[in-house]
Design a protein. Structure first.
Length: 248
């Protein structure tokens, strides 16, 4: 049930639809439940027609800044915080159980729990990046994750999914929207939790998720197409850092 933070389409794939900018300035106003993003004093609507209301003024201002930065046409790919806002308002309150199930599924195959078996240089890098995070997750969140260096799948401790479920259920819809974007990006619940709780920046979490790819590039050479994909993903990771930090 991985939910991608989507933008309004209006047959954009078929017609190349991009709304033209019609407003002079974006702003923020107090609203029921938080702070609304406005364009020339009129509230921004989500794809489902709901008011785009965010829980903190800091986050609403960051989203408004994305709208202020729009050129002649809206390109939602350049507006990651807006898309997360749409996801939080339109989806996250309605799919709590599906969200929990998806998080638990990722936790069973978490990237940091399946380190490489060789070579020694890569093992050392992964241990340096991942072992402190596994320890942090246990100490700070009470979640125990075990690493598995074999090809045979091993379940995590029985208490881990129980405690993880409680954490996700207690999260706000805005926090869950961030998690459901971060987890597939990093391939890791542990890394996503670390960004959410401020243990890592989005940039550092992304680097930790790319230890293997970085090692391969250094060993066999850089692939420019893969490097560009990684650069785009890193931008998304940094936006998640901004999203979570502004929720506090």
């Amino acid at each position: 049930m991985t939910y991608k933070a989507e933008a309004p389409t209006k047959k954009s794939d078929q017609l190349g639809y991009r709304p033209a900018r019609f407003w002079k300035a974006a702003g923020v106003s107090e609203a029921e439940g938080g702070f609304a993003v406005e364009l020339d004093g009129r509230g921004v609507k989500t794809p489902q027609g709901r008011a785009l209301v965010l829980p903190t003024k800091a986050l609403a201002e960051r989203v408004a800044a994305e709208w202020d930065a729009v050129g002649e046409h809206v390109n939602y790919e350049d507006m990651p915080l807006t898309r997360l806002g749409f996801a939080a308002v339109d989806r996250m309150k309605d799919v709590v159980e599906e969200t929990v199930a998806e998080v638990l599924r990722y936790a069973e195959t978490d990237l940091v729990c399946y380190p490489s078996e060789y070579p020694a240089a890569l093992i050392a890098r992964e241990d340096e990046a991942w072992l402190p995070l596994i320890a942090w997750t246990k100490d700070e969140l009470g979640l125990e994750f075990h690493q598995n260096r074999t090809l045979i799948h091993q379940k995590q401790p029985a208490e881990t999914p129980v405690k993880l479920r409680a954490i996700v259920e207690e999260a706000t819809s805005y926090e869950r929207a961030g998690l459901m974007s971060a987890i597939p990006l990093f391939g890791s619940v542990v890394l996503a939790l670390a960004v959410w709780r401020g243990c890592l920046t989005g940039e550092l979490a992304f680097a930790a998720s790319r230890v293997g790819e970085t090692f391969q590039a250094e060993t066999w050479g850089r692939d420019e197409e893969a490097a560009q994909r990684a650069a785009n993903m890193e931008v998304q990771a940094k936006s998640l850092d901004a999203w979570f930090s502004a929720l506090i």
